[in-house]
Design a protein around this ligand. Structure first.
Ligand SMILES: [Zn+2]
Length: 144
């Protein structure tokens, strides 16, 4: 009788896996046994899919939203600046706000002699108080 080495694998008692299967976070409904306790996705493909269709979509949505606001601001700044009725281009801020101007969105900002100047493309504006009312003074930069 020859002695045969038993396959050690087959002798291993079956332990239930301490890690419970979970559902892939991407929404594909695939159940998987995580290799690490903090694994959220079946694999990198599912993670990238979720990123591209979730997070990135949200990001581009907010970029589109911001561009919309900036374009609206630009149209209003241009319209009021070009209006010949007011040579100094100073308007009550609430008039522009009522027309959809959003002073919280700008393409740049700087301080000039302690005054805050906000930029919207080739326009700039300053919020100033005249008789306790907020006014907006609009400047234009000519493209050189
Ligand atoms: Zn998935």
């Amino acid at each position: 009788m020859r002695y045969r080495l038993k396959n050690p694998e087959s002798e291993k008692p079956e332990h239930p896996s301490p890690i419970q299967p979970k559902l892939c976070t991407c929404g594909c409904q695939t159940e998987f046994i995580p290799r690490r306790t903090n694994q959220l996705y079946l694999n990198a493909k599912h993670r990238d899919y979720h990123y591209n269709h979730g997070v990135r979509k949200e990001k581009s949505k907010s970029v589109i939203g911001t561009n919309k606001v900036l374009n609206k601001n630009l149209r209003l700044l241009s319209k009021h600046y070009e209006s010949k009725a007011n040579k100094n281009s100073i308007y009550l801020l609430k008039i522009l706000i009522n027309q959809g101007f959003n002073p919280s969105q700008f393409t740049g900002i700087s301080l000039y002699e302690g005054e805050k100047i906000s930029y919207c493309y080739n326009y700039a504006y300053q919020i100033i108080l005249i008789k306790n009312q907020e006014h907006i003074k609009i400047y234009k930069y000519e493209n050189s």
